[in-house]
Design a protein around this ligand. Structure first.
Ligand code: KG4
Ligand code: ZN
Length: 379
């Protein structure tokens, strides 16, 4: 039996957790920085790094206290060492190094993406390698064949935005605040996904890569058309809500809605149409990967966007199409957390990394993956 202390600080959650090899999350604490970043509509790296520096030590202390443990009770200290916002990663990693040095316990430097990739095994003891993983978060959008601990074959990636980023940008365009994913999902429930015709980038293309930049731009054009129509008709009391235009059910090409008459769609219709377009892309690309890869044991989803019920539902249906079990970790394990980092430490127990291990802003899970044509720096 082993116990690992995990520390996560790669984006805007400062988190600590104690996990054992029996898959018990003994204690965990998460300090979200949403309030600090909200006024800026996105994560500000410098603010994030400072917040991690203030919070990480008391958070680790509180987590140990919750468990009634001290560092003497843990077998290793695992910390995210990349990829992510480098200031934040350095704070968590340096803290873990100090704790490792003071306690004499091994340091295990964890790839944040490996934390997400292995988290389904923390939740589901029956999940065996190899499984096909759709990793969809704010910073990452990849399809991976998880063959074992440290053995990842990247089948697909995004050539521009990550899926969570597309949700966040859509939320920003629609004025829904930050973080955007859950807000878009909520609003989409009230809308009609057939009302706004949006593009599905790379749909049907031969390799399972993603692109969301064009979809985001189309959402912006749809919103601008709505605003223009609203501005020119609001004094006449025109209503832009779709429910008031039941006769106009034909989808409207984004941005081509003719002002000054109000486009026959609402904000909720844009959110719903965006979400459906994004899901269509995800399903098409994942289907391509499932058809191309060796038969995996399961289709697994992880990362923050895995919290989206519509995304989950569509993936579950896809898994059934291929006769595969569908595994999605509980929501708290999908968004950034330290239990997944501690669990990756459990999976790697027995290894240790040097105290001069450098934080890595970029750290691909599959270093052998070929660069993707048209990919920007995020791939
Ligand atoms: O895994 P995560 O917490 O952080 C990263 O490693 O990026 O993922 C955060 C991302 C954000 O983009 C957030 O908007 C998105 O996950 N997200 C969602 C939902 N909940 C979180 N996207 C769509 N629907 C949701 N319910
Ligand atoms: Zn993450």
């Amino acid at each position: 039996m082993g116990i690992v202390l995990g520390i996560e600080s790669s984006c805007d959650e400062t988190a600590a957790a104690l996990v054992d090899s029996e898959r018990r999350v003994i204690a965990q604490r998460i300090a979200s920085q949403d309030d600090a970043h909200r006024p800026y509509g996105g994560v500000v790296p410098e603010i994030a790094a400072r917040a991690h520096a203030e919070r990480v030590t008391p958070l680790v202390q509180a987590t140990l206290t919750d468990a009634g443990m001290t560092l003497a009770d843990v077998d290793a200290i695992a910390a995210t060492a990349g990829p992510g916002l480098i200031g934040g990663v350095m704070v968590g990693l340096v803290s873990a190094k100090a704790l490792a040095m003071a306690s004499g316990k091994p340091l295990i430097a964890i790839n944040h993406l490996e934390g997400h990739a292995l988290s389904p095994r923390l939740a589901d003891s029956a999940l065996q390698f190899p499984y096909l993983l759709l990793l969809v978060s704010g910073g990452h959008c990849q399809i991976l064949l998880v063959e074992g601990v440290g053995r990842y074959k990247r089948l697909g990636t995004t050539i521009d935005d990550a899926l969570g980023e597309a949700f966040d940008k859509t939320a920003k365009i629609l004025g829904l605040g930050f973080p955007g994913g859950p807000a878009v999902e909520r609003l989409a429930r009230e809308g009609d996904a057939r009302k706004v015709s949006l593009p599905r980038p790379l749909l049907g293309s031969s390799e399972p890569h993603f692109s969301f930049a064009g979809l985001k731009s189309a959402v912006l054009r749809a919103k601008e058309a709505l605003d223009r129509a609203g501005a020119s008709t609001s004094s006449a009391g025109a209503v832009t809500d779709s429910n008031s235009n039941p006769a106009q059910a034909e989808p409207v090409e984004a941005g081509l809605a003719s002002a000054p008459s109000a486009p026959p769609y609402s904000h909720a219709d844009i959110a719903a149409s965006f979400q459906l377009a994004a899901i269509d892309c995800v399903i098409d690309r994942t289907r391509k990967a499932l058809s191309a890869s060796i038969k995996p044991t399961a289709l697994v989803v992880a990362g923050g966007v895995a919290a989206n019920q519509a995304v989950r539902g569509a993936l579950e249906a896809l898994a059934a199409e291929f006769g595969l079990p569908f595994v999605a970790p509980p929501l708290a394990l999908c968004t950034d957390n330290a239990a997944m980092i501690a669990w990756a430490g459990i999976e790697r127990l027995g290894q240790s990394d040097p105290l001069d291990f450098a934080a890595r802003p970029r750290w691909p899970l599959d270093p052998d993956a070929a660069p993707v044509r048209g990919a920007g720096v995020k791939a």
